[in-house]
Design a protein. Structure first.
Length: 93
């Protein structure tokens, strides 16, 4: 999932449908997690206006992988998995 610069790119859909379905909360959870707990790998956080998958929203893209119907709990789990994968890839416990 890391880009060529070693950072994981996370793109939050901020289109009106996804935002109304909960991406406003997802964005807050993501910012809190990254700032509070921190990840072992650099994160490039950005937003986009629409990912053309509104009916499956709220949508989030991590690296090249889309995540649909994302919830705050699902996002926390995803971030923990991401953090664990990055530690394993770098030989850390």
């Amino acid at each position: 999932m890391p880009s060529e610069h070693g950072a994981v790119e996370i793109v939050v859909c901020l289109g009106s449908s996804c935002f109304a379905r909960g991406n406003s909360e997802i964005l807050a959870v993501l910012q809190q997690y990254v700032q509070g707990k921190g990840l072992k790998t650099p994160v490039c956080l950005s937003g986009c206006l629409c990912q053309d998958q509104c009916k499956q929203g709220p949508n989030l893209k991590v690296g090249d992988e889309f995540h649909h119907n994302i919830t705050a709990a699902g996002l926390r789990e995803l971030l923990q998995q991401l953090d664990g994968q990055n530690r394993d890839a770098h030989g850390q416990a």
